[in-house]
Design a binder for this molecule. Structure first.
Ligand code: PEP
Ligand code: MN
Length: 338
């Protein structure tokens, strides 16, 4: 086999691919500009899905669907780079955060299905709760467990929130995820495991600088208060000061034998309130890891001055795919008032 000849062929194909990619990007950006002029959303995930489905059929297995998806999602993102626009409702979200005391955020650990999130959203909204949480991307300890529904989960969350006049709160773990789903997220959640990824925090600050979309930053599992506050600075320094700090328990020797999933870092509410003007909320669910402790810990956090709570609830906690053991039913949130 003539390797040299084949290499020349490959080089020529690569150049053609590159030329076509540039052509594609230019056409796609014309469409995006047109959409922006007409005040339409830059993202059209249904169309993207259609494209991938069509190409998958044409490829007839010569390229795996996974590869097609990976390549084309990157191509779609490339066209959109630099064209993200402000979410229309961000001012409304900020206003709701600033005027809701305590700020109550509730919803399942993970979005599991359209019906599940729609039912929970409806129940919460009739109780007057305005912020719906639910994970699409779940940072699970083991890669072999349910990882969330991904982008589909985030879209279902937003749909359920929108239909019930609520705001969608969800975790993203990468900038492409954030850019891809920007219009579907009202409040961005940065999880404990991501708190120490400083370049990620900087990027979140940069990407959200345009509309100052609120960001909940959860405390790292083993981070000190100082490290936590500096992590918030990484976001703020890059253009977005709408950061909400969230305490969620820390890792300590207690986890060797305690029933608590993490040690409740309640006292730090006091210290953070002394050191920072940012709103601070408490997550009793991940701290407790046990249903019965959720309400008492919530009450303790509020009495120490926390501005709000993020609580995991599920309509059928025993059947939940993730964190069922620490989830309560929506109706139990009523106990917060007693
Ligand atoms: C969550 O709130 O969904 C979550 C995974 O929490 P944490 O990042 O605090 O573990
Ligand atoms: Mn959870």
């Amino acid at each position: 086999m003539d390797i040299q000849n084949n290499r020349q062929l490959i080089d020529s194909i690569d150049e053609q691919i590159l030329e076509l990619l540039i052509q594609r990007k230019n056409i796609s950006q014309k469409i995006i500009k047109e959409k922006i002029q007409n005040n339409l959303s830059v993202n059209n995930f249904e169309r993207e899905e259609e494209i991938i489905n069509r190409l998958d059929k044409i490829a007839k297995g010569n390229l795996s669907r996974e590869t097609i998806e990976l390549l084309f999602k990157r191509i779609f993102d490339e066209s959109k780079t630099g064209f993200l626009r402000k979410c229309e409702n961000t001012d409304e979200v900020i206003k709701a955060i600033n005027t809701t005391e305590p700020l109550l955020i509730a919803g399942p650990c993970a979005v599991e299905s359209k019906e599940q999130i729609a039912d929970i959203a409806q129940e919460l909204s009739t109780m007057g709760i305005k912020f719906l949480r639910g994970g699409g991307y779940k940072p699970r300890t083991s890669p072999h467990t349910f990882q969330g529904l991904g982008a589909k989960g985030v879209r279902l969350l937003k749909e359920a929130a929108f239909n019930n006049d609520m705001f969608a709160v969800t975790e993203i773990m990468s900038i492409p995820q954030l850019e891809y789903l920007y219009d579907y997220i009202d409040v961005i959640q940065i999880g404990s495991r991501m708190m120490t990824a400083f370049s990620f925090l900087e990027e979140v600050g940069r990407v959200t600088a345009i509309d100052k979309k609120p960001v909940i930053l959860k405390r790292g599992l083993s981070s000190t208060v100082t490290e936590f506050l500096h992590a918030a600075d990484y976001i703020m320094k890059n253009g977005n000061t709408n950061v909400i700090l969230c305490l969620r328990g820390i890792r300590s020797f207690e986890q060797i034998e305690s029933e608590l999933r993490f040690t409740p870092d309640l006292g730090d509410i006091l210290e953070i309130k002394d050191k920072s003007n940012l709103p601070i909320i408490f997550d009793p669910s991940h701290t407790a890891g046990k249903r019965d402790y959720v309400i008492p810990l919530s009450k303790a956090a509020l009495s120490l001055g926390a501005n709000g709570l993020i609580i995991e609830v599920h309509n059928n906690p025993d059947e939940a795919l993730v964190d069922g053991i620490q989830m309560i039913k929506p109706i139990e949130l009523d106990k917060l008032k007693k």
